[in-house]
Design a protein. Structure first.
Length: 430
């Protein structure tokens, strides 16, 4: 059994920490699709989707506080096959988001140490933070709270400095370069602002009072993230326009470090503030990288525990009570994805997994047996979960339309998981 060590403050730190790397990189790629106005509209749509989803998902996590999260709820409400589908979607999200973040860690670190390759740094990060998670959840959560607090403060400082140079003319120039279609093409990068906040449900078994504290953690973390997303988008783009934070200066190569790019137009690269943004930016990236590794380990462990995956995945270290096998498997998959070198593609595949899980979770909300005790009630239900379901469907449809090849890669992963489960079930019956 997992140890119950997480306090409300630690839950907030984990919730914000899972996501905060999305403020430091990745979102800027959406500007290349939608332009500042198109991407702003996409961000508003996605923010409404996430607020309604988080309010509804918190009810599920408080009612069934288990480490598996989404696929536990789906199995209970819809049966094992839908539970498996939700679980694969969740696993894809948690498996493909960390390598994208690791690539950004390498890019930020490389600014200080150009003699060390970004890929070497990224792979080293996997070993270090997988090891920390194997060491113990309480130490992991304390570390997460520490680096998250630093990252939040740094974003506020960045927004304060960059905001003094904000210009609406700069922000809005070339507002929708690809027209209305650019809004929908930029949706996955708007989702990156909030991706993985649902990982809070996966630490339910390690929360001291999950029926009370999980809902508070979800809501407080979401509120923090909305404020940060608005500040970062407006202040970074408002200095010199959207292209200045998408492309490395003097080239058409996209950047994984948009905040230092934005600052370089108003202060010297030798200025202490510029170096602080890079240094503390690493804290933000590490917070998300480390936090998603923590959540994904629990989700993969539960996959093995309830029979959707090999039983060995459910094994805990006897002394540490941490899912070492699950964590190591996720690390191997993550490093393999990282070696592709395609950060944008990793983000999109991760978003495919997340949206699949969101849709099934919201459907589960309506199908769960009425007799299940629900300590926390979703405000304005059933409208709130229905809105989350509708917007998640809209986003998934547009994702397939604009990213068909990557969508087919995602469907191949889903098919592989379903076939594996069918073969295993058939073997058990024989």
């Amino acid at each position: 059994m997992l140890n119950k060590t997480l306090s409300p403050l630690m839950i907030w730190g984990l919730g914000v920490g899972y996501v905060i790397s999305g403020m430091y990189f990745g979102w800027n790629l959406g500007l290349n699709e939608g332009g500042p106005i198109g991407f702003l509209i996409a961000t508003v749509i996605v923010t409404i989707m996430y607020i309604s989803f988080v309010l509804s998902y918190a009810e599920l996590s408080c009612a069934m506080p288990q480490a598996g999260g989404a696929f536990v709820y789906a199995t209970k409400a819809l049966g094992k096959w839908w539970g498996l589908l939700a679980g694969i979607g969740q696993w894809v999200e948690f498996a493909f988001a960390p390598p994208a973040i690791a690539a950004a860690i390498g890019a930020y670190f490389n600014i200080f140490f150009p003699q060390i390759s970004p890929m070497s740094i990224a792979i080293s990060a996997y070993f270090i933070f997988t090891g920390l998670n194997i060491f113990g959840v309480k130490h992991s959560a304390i570390f997460e709270l520490f680096v998250t607090a630093f990252a939040v403060v740094e974003l506020l400082i960045f927004s304060g400095v960059a905001g003094t140079h904000f210009s609406w003319a700069a922000f809005s120039q070339d507002g929708m370069p690809h027209g209305w279609s650019g809004i929908f093409a930029s949706i996955p990068y708007a989702i990156w602002f909030y991706l993985a906040i649902e990982g809070l449900a996966n630490i339910a078994e390690e929360t001291k009072n999950p029926q009370r504290d999980l809902s508070r953690g979800f809501i407080s973390a979401m509120a923090t993230l909305v404020v940060l997303a608005v500040l970062v988008l407006f202040t970074a783009v408002g200095i010199k326009g959207w292209q200045s934070v998408v492309f490395i200066e003097g080239s058409n190569v996209t950047s994984d470090s948009p905040l230092p790019l934005a600052l370089s137009y108003i202060i010297s690269k030798n200025h202490w503030l510029y170096h602080m943004v890079i240094t503390v930016g690493l804290f933000g990236l590490i917070a998300s990288f480390h936090g998603i590794i923590l959540a994904s380990g629990r989700a993969t462990m539960e996959f093995g525990r309830i029979g959707y995956g090999p039983k060995i995945l459910s094994q805990l270290l006897k002394k540490r009570q941490t899912p070492a096998v699950a964590l190591i498997l996720n690390m191997i998959v993550g490093i393999g994805a990282l070696l592709s070198g395609k950060t944008g593609d990793l983000i999109i595949i991760s978003v495919f997994g997340a949206l699949t899980m969101y849709i099934i979770s919201m459907w589960s909300y309506f199908k769960l047996p009425k007799e299940i005790l629900r300590p926390y009630k979703t405000p304005f239900a059933p409208f709130t979960p229905a809105l989350a379901l509708a917007l998640s469907l809209l986003c998934l449809i547009t994702m397939f339309y604009f990213n068909l090849k990557l969508g087919l890669v995602f469907l191949a992963i889903i098919a592989g998981g379903l076939i594996w489960f069918a073969v295993v079930n058939l073997a058990r019956k024989i």
